[in-house]
Design a protein around this ligand. Sequence first.
Ligand code: TRP
Length: 458
Amino acid sequence: MDNHQDNQSRSSLHGQWSSRFTFILAVTGSAIGLGNIWKFPYIAGENGGGAFVLIYLICIFVIGFPIMVSEIMLGRRGRRNPITSMKILGQEEQGNEAWKYVGLIGLMAGFIILSYYSVIAGWTLHYFKLSIFGELSNLNNDRAQSVFGELTGSAVTQLIYHTIFMAITISIIAKGIKDGLERAVKLMMPGLLFILIILLLYSIFQGDFMAGVNFLLKPDFSKITSQSVLAAMGQAFFTLSLGMGCIVMYGAYLPKDESIIGTTTAIIFCDTAIALLAGLVIFPIVFQFGLKPTDGPGLIFLTLPLAFNEIAGGYVFAGLFFILLAFAAITSALSLLEPSVAWMIENKNYSRGKSAIIIGFSIWILGFLSIFSFNILSEFTFWKGTLFDNFDYLASNIMLPLSGLLFTIFASWVMRKDHSTEELSDVSSSIYKLWRFSARYIAPIGVILVFLNAIGII
Ligand code: TRP
């Protein structure tokens, strides 16, 4: 913690995290978001529950862990945005600049993800408003469905909240992320955890807890298809913010003497715990109220208001919950926007503000297509479904694993061994070897097998 001065002397374009704790907070803030609380339960629900969750957990530890270590390492050595870092490192290690395209795929994935992420974050803002105006009281199943239906049916309402959310994200990025971020994460995480625990108590005592636990934790492999294995892997990348380069970007701000493996362990532990907690809260409510696990992207917006409705003073918790979730979404959105903005600042020489506005504006426009997917374009389906479905599938299940694969191949095969040893010098040689083996063989082979399986080759 006190190595601040020392670290400042090392050259870095963007400054550094003031301490290891800030770095952990920032990456955890990036990792924990709608992916844990909104996406994980509904994807798990659509893919049959237990067996999906098991495969997801395997992907987190076997594929996610080594890749996160690789990405932080690349960032700390490259010290720039993901594209430039990969270009510099590619030249340094192999005399080949083409590695920059890996950073580019990641940035494009971030662009696509943020465009719909902001729309869903807008839904949480709308639910915040509904809670504080008492419009979520006296709910029953039908009423919960119609409140949600009114929201998704209205392009205008969604557009308003999407705009508010993007405006907040852009203005924080325009100021530079370090200041606001630390405070936001420090407040938000304990708050979110607190409310999730209250909801968990509700689910245990009032929900159909055993049905929920059975659904979430008891594997039924007959429900597993090659597509659900791919979805589990995609979700692992999504929830850990991997493959996009934001971990590379944040790694660029990490002081040299901090433990990469230690911080990765802490981050993955928190992220996984929150996702499982969210699942344990939501499914007992699903079964108690006769909803369906396959209800899709609306799942938390249908279930949680019903539960809050039954808790004494629940509307206070509901309001708090949705605003905290919006905060969690903001800290994730920052990490989706920052790499492209940093790239524009470094390469086009634009100011931070101008870069944030140009990129944020384009993402805002792209978001319209996701909004329309729930109303005027809901009949317009191809490949994996609506435009929203396709954006998510393409970015989460294809682009993130692909660039994550290439990041880890670079760190473990292309980068000289003494360089990676130096980055991981704080851990014992057996742990180093374990990382290197996973990063060279297990993670890449895992990703490739899942891909081949999904396209029907094996
Ligand atoms: N991990 C975040 C969540 O779970 C979303 C996110 C932030 C993300 N940065 C990312 C996803 C980079 C993929 C890539 O909500």
